[in-house]
Design a binder for this molecule. Sequence first.
Ligand SMILES: C[S@@+](CC[C@H](N)C(=O)[O-])C[C@H]1O[C@@H](n2cnc3c(N)ncnc32)[C@H](O)[C@@H]1O
Length: 301
Amino acid sequence: MGPGDSEHLNTENLGTLDTGVDDGMGEHEFQVWTKLLKDRTGMNLPVQRKSFLVTSLDLRMNEIGCNSYEEYYDMLSSGISGEIEWKFLVDRLTVHETRFFRHKSSLDIVRKYAMEKVAGKDETVRLQLWSAGCSTGQEAYTLAMVLDQALKSRSGQTYFGIVATDISAPSIKTAQQALYNQRQVEKHVDSLLLDRYFEKQTDERFVITKELRNRICFAPMNIMNVSKEAIGEVDIVYCQNLLIYFDREKRFEIVNFMAELLKPGGIMILGSGEILAWKHPQMKLQDYPDSLVYKRQITMS
Ligand SMILES: C[S@@+](CC[C@H](N)C(=O)[O-])C[C@H]1O[C@@H](n2cnc3c(N)ncnc32)[C@H](O)[C@@H]1O
């Protein structure tokens, strides 16, 4: 089986499996909450994750002194304060697991694409990427390091920029701060890159260099509402471990939208098996064993 053949269930994100124990939330109430989540974010919350939902709601309600799911639901639906509270809740209900250099094979594809793009050219080359569902920023900074390394020895000028988006406003804030602790950095970043792109703080944390930070524009955005104008045309869409939270129909919607943003010849790099049997007249599945990659065809006029 190759990429694209199966939509696998990513067990990293399942949380606690439902045990059948009475958790204080009836079936109807569970459906009301999952519908709210789906309507507002597009995300699918399967029954196996009910205990995760209940725990997240209970914790948050406890923090703000709210006594029932009903009261909390009404609060989320009322005006500006409801919108602010919704942001807190969404952050709790989304999984932000990420790390630097998370998926080496996909990063190799980015490197190869960039090198091919500039090969044999003396003129200025511009590359634009979108990291969709970037969490706390490690993915976008990794992409910037990969590109900077791949393009540094070129004689002509190269400009690259990355737009990185996530629904979680706190995650985006963390990404913008660009401060990571030793454990997050030293385990995953090669020492040469560590010296080149990180500065050690007096508190032992590492901050990404300004030069690399300037390459990335982080913005809180729900992927279901992202507009073409907000992202612009891109050479590479990099989207890993995000589609798994959506049902098939929403995955298709998202990927169709991503395809429309790609420049001719641009590529979309998804996690292996994250979408099944998707087809688009201008997109061609590429042959990579560990990543799901589609290329936008260059049409002759
Ligand atoms: C598991 S993380 C993946 C992070 C990174 N792409 C990686 O592979 O390391 C999934 C991210 O998707 C984000 N997310 C979930 N639903 C989203 C939505 N509707 N719009 C935008 N981002 C979303 C979550 O907030 C979370 O940070």
